[in-house]
Design a binder for this molecule. Structure first.
Ligand code: NAD
Length: 292
């Protein structure tokens, strides 16, 4: 079997178009959603991410506020900036780009973000809401992964889902979202035994590990939906290139549908950040959630 390609770029483009429509309707009601992104230091990858987030926000009609601070900025100054953004009426979403320099506690800074503006869904309040099944702001990469899965499998009820990775950013929230869709969910991690056999039980297999080609072809059940969250830089014939956690060639001969990496989950992450910004803007004003 040759898998159907789940085109993350196309699906993200469609979502961004719906977001732009929702933003334009909000403008009509005098509401102008705004996203503030804080970057501390000059990590080149983070710099690209922050620039792309700002550009994507503006393309959707969302105001973008970039705050770039030097690497040596004291933790107290970053906290003070987050508090100012919490209080700023023009700002609906506050995102602090990770990783932070070593002298700053990420937990301390994230803990300062107002839950209503926590568009990365990383605060204890939003993580707790996800666990309890309450409405909140959900981390962007897992939310994007669910949208991709549903693009090929509208009803997830009763499916066996295996999530590789248990990070707070991806693995755990993705497992909770799949559980909320009534999947039977297993979380695998670095201490899991016989990963290949476990993965072969999955109707939905999600890899969020950060190890190039960890998921070999024979990990994949015939017809499974495979979501590759991983982004890994590898040397290939002297050239650096990005690959996912899944051996794409081998897996696509068995899977029913598969995301490319890059070009799958990545574009959805940014689109879901914009989605969260619009949801936050609506909820803060007591407006109904736009249909996104
Ligand atoms: P992380 O390092 O925080 O977590 C990795 C997880 O993988 C851990 O829970 C660990 O237990 C598990 N793991 C390690 N070795 C394993 C093994 N052999 N078998 C099974 N599990 C194993 O990483 P993260 O932040 O969750 O990110 C995971 C990957 O997803 C990375 O490649 C990252 O770059 C990528 N990522 C992509 C996006 C995107 O937008 N596409 C967003 C976030 C992260």
């Amino acid at each position: 079997m040759t898998a159907l390609l789940i085109d993350g770029k196309k699906i993200a483009g469609e979502l961004r178009a719906r977001i732009a429509d929702a933003v334009s309707a909000m403008h009509g009601r005098g509401v102008s959603p705004g996203l503030a992104v804080v970057l501390v230091g000059d990590d080149p990858a983070s710099d690209v991410y922050v620039r792309n987030k700002g550009k994507a926000a503006e393309a959707a009609g969302i105001r973008s506020f970039e705050h770039r601070l030097p690497a040596a900025t004291p933790e107290a100054d970053v906290v003070a900036l987050v508090r100012r953004l919490n209080a700023d009426e023009a700002v609906d979403g506050v995102l602090v780009q990770m990783p932070l320099p070593a002298h700053i506690s990420a937990a301390r800074v994230i803990g300062e973000i107002a839950p209503a503006k926590d568009v990365d869904g990383l605060t204890s309040v939003n993580a707790g809401r996800l666990l309890l099944g309450e409405t909140g702001l959900v981390p962007c990469t897992p939310q994007g992964s669910i949208i991709l899965i549903k693009s090929v499998l509208p009803r997830l009820e009763g499916k066996n889902a295996v999530v590789l990775g248990r990070s707070i950013l991806v693995g755990k929230p993705l497992a909770l979202l799949l559980l909320a869709e009534n999947c039977t969910v297993t979380i695998a991690h670095s201490k899991t035994r016989d990963l290949a056999a476990l993965c072969r039980s999955a109707d939905i297999l999600c890899a969020a590990v950060g190890r190039p080609r960890l998921v070999a072809g024979d990990f994949v059940k015939e017809g499974a939906v495979v979501i590759d969250v991983g982004i890994n830089r590898v040397e290939d014939g002297g050239k650096a290139r990005l690959v996912g956690d899944v051996d794409f060639e081998a897996a696509s001969s068995r899977a029913g549908a598969i995301t490319p990496a890059p070009g799958g989950v990545g574009p959805m992450t940014i689109a879901c950040l914009l989605r969260n910004t619009v949801l936050a803007a609506a909820r803060r004003r007591g407006l109904p959630d736009p249909n996104l």
